[in-house]
Design a protein around this ligand. Structure first.
Ligand SMILES: *Cc1c(COP(=O)(O)O)cnc(C)c1O
Length: 410
């Protein structure tokens, strides 16, 4: 092998300068001015200020939902949604196996049973037939996750939930800017739940937004979000049960600035991701996440592609990732399948379900477990680079493939 062609992990020079990619998060004077303005109003919490609520309203308008509330984070949003849907002890909520733990832990926080179902192996989103098969007399809701921003089949989910009288909550923590048939993710279900944690596509370090179209449901979420208060009643009258899940004005100020920048970033990520798809499909052993043509735009929380080691001389996923990282590509890593987490495997979840705990310790989700072992997750900031840079991701993968046998021996 010529020195110029040698994979970086074997001593060649990297295809990309890892320090040259766009950074995340991004900010400029708009965030700084917004923070100082929030400081100088002296109204630092949501009950006095307007920044957090007006950000939530603007973001809901962008996604196409009627009502929104600004939250502490994208776990509490789901807890409030479940409370508003009256999900509680003994109820079942169907969730996909491949997701961040919060999708299931929010269900446990409601003392309800998360029923783990498998995913579509190509799209990596919840398998609708598996949802259908998992419905029992105790099922109250489905939480669908648009994994890596890839929209679930929202037409099928909305129809199934309507037919079986179930609530649909969209976990949109990866899907800011995902659009399905002209309307945003989070506007199809009873609730759309978004996270503004540091790694997400709109961020204030922490934060969340819950959106809905039904004002009565949203009013119930409002009460849960605001200590069980009911609008119009005395401030210290708490007719309901709730918690304090309110976003601060600091977060609202930063997020307003992030949102102004977002549409252009979303377009750029989509253009780069679709160009990268075209390169990756030409490399044997690599395949992008399958995308439904009804999805107009994917809010890429990350760029995920399938890796088949049989086309790479048996080079393990971890070996491929290490070689790609050495070429200067910023990577993340798949979540493990929920079925393999200690919380389920070791029965820890049972503490939340004292009277009704079913045995979830032996749940097996072959497709979620396989996906966790065979997908590559690239950070979304790569998709903010110029087109040439993104093409180098494919160049790096090609270089690794042509030296895969040497990498296996190394
Ligand atoms: C980040 C994330 C959440 C929770 O968000 P936090 O704001 O960190 O609580 C929920 N679901 C998914 C799929 C996520 O990636």
């Amino acid at each position: 092998m010529s020195p110029s062609d040698r994979p970086a992990i074997l001593g060649g020079s990297p295809i990309c300068d890892v320090t040259a990619w766009p950074r995340w998060p991004q900010w400029d004077a708009t965030e700084r001015d917004g923070l100082i303005a929030a400081l100088e109003t002296g109204a630092w919490w949501a009950s006095d200020g307007a920044a957090a609520q007006s950000f939530a309203d603007d973001f809901a308008r962008f996604q196409g939902a009627g009502y929104a509330l600004p939250f502490t984070n994208g776990t509490h949003t789901m807890e409030a949604a479940l409370a508003a849907c009256d999900v509680g002890e003994g109820d079942e909520v169907i969730v996909p196996g491949l997701t961040f733990v919060a999708t299931a832990s929010a269900v446990l926080a409601a003392n309800a049973v998360p029923v783990l179902v498998d995913i579509d192996p190509d799209a990596l989103t919840i398998d609708i037939a598996a949802v259908d098969a998992a419905i029992t007399a105790r099922t109250r809701a489905v939480i669908a996750v648009h994994l890596a921003g890839n929209a679930c089949d929202l037409d099928a989910l909305v129809a199934l939930c309507a037919r079986r009288d179930l609530r649909l909550i969209e976990d949109c923590a990866h899907a800011h800017g995902t659009f399905w048939r002209g309307r945003g993710a989070g506007s199809y279900g009873d609730f759309g739940s978004f996270s503004m944690q540091q790694s997400k596509l709109l961020t204030a370090g922490e934060g969340g937004v819950l959106m809905a179209n039904d004002p009565e449901l949203m009013e119930r979420a409002w009460s849960y979000w605001n200590c069980g208060r009911v609008r119009g009643r005395h401030w210290y009258d708490h007719p309901g049960y709730g918690s304090n899940l309110r976003m601060t004005e600091w977060q609202g100020a930063v997020l307003a600035a992030q949102l102004a920048r977002f549409p252009a970033q979303n377009r750029r990520r989509n253009a780069n991701a679709r160009a990268l798809d075209e390169r990756l499909v030409q490399i044997p052993g690599l395949a992008p996440q399958r995308r439904d043509p009804r999805m107009d735009s994917q809010g890429h929380f990350c760029f995920v592609f399938h890796y088949d080691d049989r086309e790479f001389a048996g080079l393990s996923l971890r070996g491929f990732e290490a070689a790609l990282a050495a070429e200067g590509i910023p990577l993340g890593v798949s979540y493990p399948s929920l079925s393999t987490l200690g919380m389920f495997r070791d029965g820890v979840y049972g503490a939340r379900l004292r009277t009704s705990a079913p045995d979830l310790t032996t749940v097996s989700l072959p497709r979620s477990e396989h996906a966790a072992r065979s997908t590559v997750w690239m950070e979304h900031r790569v998709l903010l680079a110029d087109g040439d840079a993104v093409g180098r991701v494919a160049d790096a993968a090609e270089r690794i493939r042509s030296h895969a046998a040497a990498l296996v021996r190394a």
